[in-house]
Design a protein around this ligand. Structure first.
Ligand SMILES: Cc1ncc(COP(=O)(O)O)c(C=O)c1O
Length: 449
């Protein structure tokens, strides 16, 4: 398969494509400019400038924070800023209710707490996710069932998720990874068919849409993160969305020491567990200020990502992650694509990324094989898990977490670009595509370096 790609044919294709794409686009970088040497071989950088810095802030944030400071009402039990944020966030998402909590992890923890998930319960999650999705299950001594990845979309494989359901399954928790919706219709149908609540881990997916409706509205509840890198951020924070009034009350209660009440004088709560996962008024204020920009930023990412995908369409060996047909908008927290070295003279992904970095294009390989990491496999011999589930079940659990598609995707194909890059200009997108074209053209030489 090595060098199966014919360079001359490729250059011809690029010339044709460049002309074709130019019809709907103001400016397309032509194949000719790819003749400049890649930066890693001493040529000029394709992207010599800088991408927009993140986070974005101005005097509005400063005033909001100072107002909270001066009010001396710093916690949510003292002030009204968090409540205002929750009202605006639920409106923005078209959800009936939202609750701000101290992180995305706290949002998931609160949801699982309100559902009273515990030892003996199984929760279905994707293997291709941030470790927080796994951690919240394990903190409840429940069994996380790691499901394989659909290589085309990078999302959880729906057929395998359904196949992983057992009588112990208490929650199905798809993640909208990279900010792109998982196959929502399939999960909603699965939840209904098996009578199991679906919880959307939407921690990366602010304002993403499925058939015109925002994610976080499809399952029993959605969880969002406002951690620094996220598309809406206040350093550390999170939110739960739901359209179920009794569920949001249970969530509020759980995150407020299990005691309910909306003031410092606690009333008797529900259930038998709870903790403090409250967010502060300072973070509420930052979020309100950031929300003034979030729609415009989200539109810009979507438009730039689509433009980049159009530019990359005819670069053989580069395949942007597929969006499911129900996706009317991805949040593009990450721009994910597959790299096929067979179209790059056998150049390894790591070398390709090194060359991309040299061009001034930040990147990452992204998530790996969580199911094989010692952090996860050690659960099979954890004394508490052995006590609850027994040795046989834990051995079988290791087998159940076998994810061959994810292995293939993450070992040498997956590549990420980041959300802040998509806040740049069309020119930035053209330069990213140009960097990749240059590397492709000189891949043989780079490989020898
Ligand atoms: C998919 C996913 N789930 C959960 C989380 C946890 O969010 P936080 O970092 O706010 O706790 C993150 C954060 O990166 C995430 O990406």
């Amino acid at each position: 398969m090595r060098n199966r790609f014919n360079r001359r044919k490729f250059i011809n294709n690029l010339a044709i494509t460049g002309a074709g794409l130019a019809i709907g686009a103001p400016h397309i970088v032509s194949a000719g400019t790819s003749n400049t040497k890649p930066a890693i071989l001493g040529g000029p950088k394709a992207h010599a400038g800088s991408f927009p810095s993140w986070p974005v802030m101005d005097a509005v944030e400063e005033k909001g924070l100072a107002d909270v400071l001066k009010s001396k009402r710093w916690g949510r039990l003292d002030g009204s800023v968090m409540a205002r944020f929750e009202s605006e966030y639920s409106q923005l998402l078209g959800a009936r209710h939202s609750l701000g909590v101290s992180s995305g992890t706290a949002a998931l923890t609160t949801i699982l707490g309100a559902l009273d998930i515990g030892p003996g319960d199984e929760v279905i999650i994707p293997v291709y996710t941030f470790v927080a999705t796994y951690n919240v299950v394990v903190l409840n001594y429940a069994l996380p069932i790691l499901v394989d990845t659909d290589m085309e979309s990078f999302q959880i494989d729906t057929a395998k998720a359904e196949g992983a359901i057992t009588p112990q399954t208490k929650v199905i928790m798809p993640v909208h990874i990279g900010g792109s919706p998982a196959d929502v219709d399939a999960f909603v149908a699965m939840g209904k068919k098996h009578n199991i609540p679906v919880v959307e881990d939407a921690c990366q997916a602010h304002l993403a849409e499925w058939k015109g409706k925002k994610v976080g509205n499809f399952g029993l509840a959605g969880a969002f993160s406002f951690q620094s890198s996220k598309n809406l951020n206040c350093a550390e924070g999170g939110a739960i969305t739901t359209n179920d009034e009794s569920f949001i009350t249970n969530c509020y209660t759980f995150h407020n020491q299990g005691q309910g009440g909306r003031s410092t004088s606690y009333s008797t709560g529900m259930g038998t567990r709870g903790t403090n996962l409250r967010l502060t008024e300072f973070q509420g204020s930052l979020l309100l200020s950031q929300m003034a920009r979030v729609v415009e930023q989200s539109n810009r990412r979507w438009e730039n990502a689509q433009y980049l995908s159009q530019l990359l369409k005819d670069v053989p060996g580069i395949t942007p992650a597929k969006l499911y047909p129900g996706t009317t908008k991805s949040a593009f927290h990450l721009y994910m694509f597959r790299y096929d070295k067979n179209y790059f003279a056998g150049l390894s992904r790591e070398k390709f990324l090194e060359a991309l970095t040299a061009e001034g294009v930040p990147n990452a390989t992204g998530y790996g094989q969580m199911n094989k990491s010692s952090y996860v496999t050690a659960l099979a011999t954890n004394k508490h898990y052995l006590k609850v589930y027994g040795e046989k079940t834990m051995k079988e659990w290791l087998e159940r977490n076998h994810c061959p598609q994810n292995d293939a995707l993450t070992s040498e194909q997956s590549v990420w670009l980041f959300q802040y890059m998509l806040l740049g200009t069309r020119k930035d997108m053209e330069q990213i595509a140009e960097a990749i074209r240059k590397i492709q053209q000189y891949a043989g030489e780079i490989a020898k370096k």
